[in-house]
Design a protein around this ligand. Structure first.
Ligand code: AGP
Length: 592
């Protein structure tokens, strides 16, 4: 988590760098800081979101054409001004921003403290400027001092470092935390992710682990840890700056939900690529999905599809639990990793384990992310969702589902399923038709303290995902259940204070799920039902979100989730919460 930016420009750096770091706020937003170089290091930092800190201390009013900045998601040390980055050495000649975790910081801090170094924060990061200080005092230049320093660090880091002794450059380093270089006419950039630099340039170098970077206004050198120069490819990004803007919507999340009709079309255009990958597959005896959070829910739908369409034994394992299941991996197993960011630490760790024995496939949104690189998966399918800034995944979830449906349709050579996906794309303009009604419903339910979501079969994962969206952005407790499971315990909780969202598309499961909803209704709960317009049984239910098309239960996960995303969004707004920046969360979870 955390976002870092550095730039060496032919003009004052602060206004550009603060605009850039704002684009990384999805990575963490509990504190922010900037350091620039003039004849000294100038630092401004504070706790809180960037706009609030900027209003209070004017982050852009700071001289210098070279600067580094940081937006934080706290791991070591509470969110506070002292713990906000950048961190400096004892003499304030070296300044560092860091994304990652230094696992051996306690022993390094003890050693440095015994040598007389003064620490001002509780962070793991602060050992870095003090180590560099030591090596520079031995006579090494900044690059060599950073080289020696990173060789002593255990853990993950993306670093940008400046020093008054070498005022024309930034030194960067990467290991297990994302870092890219941006090349522009006005100078050069380092950043955690592409949206930070899209306004300035589309020419990008994706860095790999154990690389060091020397960045000046006119030059960029990428080196290995022994300082051998590495040839790197400059890639051109197709995302536009507008894609990472709100485009007139109140929040990124709402804009991203509204992007979904287009995303369905864009991701369906991956069909030929997916077919090509499928053609390379051998016959697998087992398929295993690995993912976290929303991507885990997309994987569960993959499990239902593969089991029903292909009859291949399939399971879904949480990435953070994967190491407990590694003994059963073999070369007849395909392991599919689903990840929006391609940077989730738990998922990357699981990938490393899986690659030792099995063929791997990543379904990922961020081009150039770690899972797509040489240390990544054997095969890569891109979801075509564009940049997603809201912390709660919305359009990326839908694009993951589209990729999974396409994958299964091609593996099963099921043209009927492919045609149904194409039909969906034609109906996309209707997808957001219930927004006003959802807004109204949300006013009624904003006072609820618990919600249940129930669905059966393909729509059980939709219930889980609806509940996760609610928890993330409204802070209301939401629990997703398989419809048939409620009677095995949770029914004891149902009373007239608990709204229940029932997912009830037409199809073979309809009858049983309908009975489960009746059981709930007769115990006094308020029902919000998602179903078909032609369902006469729903006449007596007050809050219902009905679909024009007779989409069956197999395809329903692709549409019904949009309404559940909107429901969570409008409850969040009604409660006065910023849905783009839910407390304690960050979009890219790069710690295990
Ligand atoms: C989704 O709304 C969450 N922000 C979170 O659960 C997310 O899906 C999870 O952290 C996995 O991220 P990934 O898809 O980037 O791997």
């Amino acid at each position: 988590m955390c976002g870092i930016v550095g730039c060496v420009l032919d003009k004052p750096a602060a206004p550009t760098i603060i605009e850039s770091i704002k684009k990384l706020e999805y990575r963490g937003y509990d504190s922010v800081g900037i350091a620039t170089l003039t004849d000294k290091i100038n630092v401004k930092k504070g706790s809180g979101q960037i706009k609030d800190v900027d209003n209070a201390i004017k982050l852009t009013e700071i001289d210098g054409n070279i600067g580094i900045a940081h937006t934080r998601w706290a791991t070591h040390g509470i969110p506070s001004k002292e713990n906000a980055h950048p961190h400096c050495d004892c003499e304030d000649k070296i300044s560092v921003v860091h994304n990652g975790i230094i696992e051996n910081f306690e022993e390094l801090k003890k050693e440095l403290t015994e040598e007389g170094h003064q620490f001002k924060s509780d962070t793991d990061t602060e050992v870095i400027p003090h180590l560099i200080e030591n090596y520079m005092k031995e006579g090494l230049n900044l690059l060599k001092a950073v080289q020696k320093t990173v060789k002593r660090l255990k853990g993950s880091y993306a670093l940008a470092i400046i020093s008054t002794d070498e005022p024309d450059k930034i030194i960067g380093a990467r290991n297990e935390s994302p870092l890219i270089v941006g090349l522009s006419e006005n100078g050069n950039f380092l950043a955690s992710d592409v949206p930070a630099i899209l306004k300035e340039t589309k020419r990008v170098i994706f860095l790999d682990d154990e690389e060091l970077i020397e960045l000046t206004k006119d030059d960029v050198k990428v080196m290995d840890l022994d300082l051998n120069i590495k040839e790197k490819t400059v890639e051109t990004i197709t995302w536009t700056a507008d894609m990472a803007e709100k485009g007139g919507y109140a929040h990124f999340m709402l804009k991203e939900i509204h992007d979904e009709p287009q995303i369905i079309k864009d991701t369906l255009s991956e069909s030929a690529n997916i077919k090509e990958i499928v053609n390379k597959f051998k016959k697998f005896k087992r398929i295993c999905f690995v993912a976290c959070g929303t991507s885990y829910h997309a994987s569960l739908i993959g499990e239902y599809l593969i089991e029903t369409e292909l009859g291949i034994p399939t399971e879904v394992i949480l990435a953070s639990e994967f190491e407990f299941f590694k003994k059963t991996l073999d070369d007849h197993t395909l392991v599919i990793f689903i990840t929006q960011s391609g940077e989730t630490a738990d998922t990357l760790k699981a990938l490393k384990i899986a690659k030792e024995k099995s063929e791997t496939l990543a379904i990922v949104n961020v081009v150039g992310s770690t899972i797509t690189r040489k240390e990544g998966a054997h095969h890569v399918i891109y979801t075509r969702a564009g940049p997603e800034i809201g912390v709660a995944a919305t359009k990326t979830y839908l694009s993951q589902l589209i990729c999974i449906y396409l994958l299964v349709a091609h593996m099963a050579e099921n043209d009927e399923l492919l045609n149904k996906l194409e039909d969906l794309s034609e109906q996309t303009e209707k997808l957001l038709s219930k927004e006003e009604q959802i807004k109204e419903i949300s006013k009624k339910y904003k006072y609820a303290s618990d919600f249940f979501y129930i669905g059966r079969g393909f729509n059980y994962p939709t219930a889980l995902e609806g509940a996760l969206k609610l928890k993330e952005i409204t802070y209301i407790h939401g629990e997703g259940y398989a419809a048939g499971e409620l009677k095995h315990g949770p029914l004891a909780l149902i009373d007239n204070n608990i709204p229940v969202v029932g997912i009830l598309p037409p199809g073979p499961s309809y009858g049983k799920t309908y009975s489960n909803l009746q059981e709930i209704k007769s115990r006094g709960a308020d029902l919000i039902v998602l179903g078909s317009k032609n369902d006469k049984n729903l006449n007596g239910i007050e809050d219902k979100l009905l679909f024009d098309n007779e989409i069956d239960e197999k395809m329903a996960p692709l549409l019904y989730i949009i309404d559940l995303q909107l429901l969570a969004y409008y409850i969040s707004v009604a409660k006065g919460i910023d849905p783009d920046k839910p407390r304690n969360l960050a979009k890219s979870v790069t710690v295990q």
